[in-house]
Design a protein around this ligand. Structure first.
Ligand code: CP
Length: 316
């Protein structure tokens, strides 16, 4: 069966059974990546363009590697050396790239809705690789894949998302993806970094860390966006670390193991201690590794590939 979507813009567009089928396909591509020659010919002759208007290490690189592992050609568009610097618009840029016969465009933008805007105007498929503080669906799908591989049971799992929720596209996509698979999601951070009304999208809100940390199975720690600190959203880094940092001392007090995620990049010693990342319960680099296989699955499905035979999907 084929994927029921032309684009991947938001987790809201995909059903639970579609997510499960994507995860099955991701597991297949994980096996491909472990082969001595980790390449399949699935997208031979197709071209994918990485259209990144914001910096990225993990997402841009993993989409480029994923495209190459599928035998597609991948072009990384460098906004800072393009005609964007001369005032070319997003739509003109994208239309010109599409005219070069590309199959798909992976876009990251600081503007919420940028991927939707292109999806309504281009024939090529569009993948949202992060649009402002709105969504980052492939990060969330990599996160659910990582936790499903590690913990197996998603139904009833308790996830805590910790830190700067207001500015986080990962938080919104994670809440949506994990709750669709039956997990309970809590969020915790300073009141200034939690948007009012966020509980309406399916999470519980906490402002004190220690009690809720002892109640959950998994914590996704978010980057404190230090560039926003000048706005006085919390008193100091020192106080933030004391109240909300995932420190070694906090972890040693817990009675049961806690699986630790971080979508990166990490401010070591601020939202998380470096010692925490090397714990056997940290899956931070697995999130990155699985991101390649997950992005292979997404590019393959959007280019017209089919789910594995074992997957059962139902309409969204
Ligand atoms: N997780 C994530 O989006 O990282 P990058 O900004 O490096 O792509």
């Amino acid at each position: 069966m084929k994927f029921n979507q032309k684009n991947l813009l938001t987790i809201a567009d995909i059903s639970k059974s579609e997510i499960l089928a994507i995860l099955d396909l991701t597991a297949t591509f994980r096996q491909v990546l472990d082969r001595p020659i980790p390449v399949v010919p699935a997208l031979r002759g197709k071209t994918i363009v990485n259209l990144f208007f914001e910096p990225s290490t993990r997402t841009a690189t993993s989409f480029a590697i994923a495209a190459r592992r599928l035998s597609a050609d991948c072009v990384n568009f460098a906004a800072m050396t393009s005609a964007v610097t001369k005032g070319e618009t997003l739509l003109d840029t994208a239309k010109n790239i599409e005219a070069m016969k590309v199959a798909g465009v992976v876009i990251r933008s600081s503007h919420p809705g940028a991927a939707h805007f292109l999806a309504q105007r281009l024939m090529a498929f569009i993948v949202n690789a992060g649009d402002g503080a709105h969504e980052h669906p492939t990060q969330a799908l990599s996160d659910v894949f990582t936790i499903k591989e590690r913990i197996k049971k998603m139904d009833g799992l308790k996830l805590l998302i910790l830190g700067d929720i207001t500015h986080s596209r990962v938080a919104r996509s994670d809440i949506s993806a994990f709750t669709k698979l039956g997990a309970g999601v809590a969020i915790c951070g300073p009141p200034t970094l939690i948007p009012p009304g966020i509980e309406k999208i399916g999470c519980e809100v906490f402002y004190k860390l220690d009690h809720i940390l002892s109640e959950v199975d998994v914590v996704q720690v978010l980057r404190i966006q230090l560039e926003r600190q000048q706005k006085g959203l919390f008193p100091s880094i020192r106080e933030y670390r004391a109240l909300y940092g995932l420190t070694k001392e906090r972890l040693t007090k817990l009675k049961k193991p806690l699986t630790i995620m971080h979508p990166g990049p990490v401010n070591w010693g601020v939202e998380m201690d470096h010692e925490v990342s090397v714990s056997p319960h940290s899956v931070i680099l697995e999130q990155v590794k699985n991101g390649v296989a997950l992005r292979m699955a997404i590019l393959y499905l959007l280019a017209g590939g089919e789910y594995p035979k074992s997957s059962s999907t139902e309409p969204s």
